[in-house]
Design a protein around this ligand. Structure first.
Ligand SMILES: [Zn+2]
Ligand SMILES: [Zn+2]
Length: 154
């Protein structure tokens, strides 16, 4: 999708859901990684992350556009346009926008590591799951202070 097509798309969503024209610029910004979209209060421009479109598809991107348009229209109308403002929350719900400027998956949000080891207490048999190899001699059972043995899970 080109910037021009994005512009048309935002204009169309604006008219359809907000009954008001979008008179500023909407562009893709490939550097936007932490959020799906951004609204600039100084220029009234909207930026959308192209990764948003690639990763989440058109429906989710439309919700982000609605979210940014909520900032846009409320700001221009002089109403509460920030996330915590009641007017913002109401309008967002009304048009079905994304609750947040969606965070794209990055290193932190990757699938959690699987447990590859277990420590088992030789006395009470209690099991402790571990993601990394640990030295069982350095620990004792938290319940009975018994000796622990390390097992690799395959
Ligand atoms: Zn926002
Ligand atoms: Zn124990």
């Amino acid at each position: 999708m080109t910037d021009e097509q994005l512009q048309q798309w935002v204009e169309q969503i604006s008219l359809q859901y907000f009954k008001r024209p979008f008179l500023h610029k909407a562009t893709f910004n490939a550097r936007l990684k932490a959020t799906g979209g951004r609204y600039f209060t100084k220029t009234h421009h909207i930026e959308i992350s192209p990764h948003q479109l690639e990763t989440f598809g058109k429906d989710e991107t439309e919700k982000i556009i609605k979210h940014e348009l909520c900032h846009y229209h409320l700001h221009l109308l002089g109403l509460g346009y920030k996330h915590r403002d009641a007017a913002f929350k109401q309008l967002l719900q009304h048009v079905g926008g994304a609750r947040y400027c969606q965070t794209l998956p990055d290193r932190e949000q990757r699938k959690p590591e699987p447990y590859r080891y277990k420590l088992q207490c030789e006395a009470c048999q209690l099991v402790y799951m571990r993601k990394r190899k640990v030295d069982p001699k350095k620990y004792v059972c938290g319940k009975c202070r018994g000796k622990l043995r390390l097992y690799e899970i395959t």
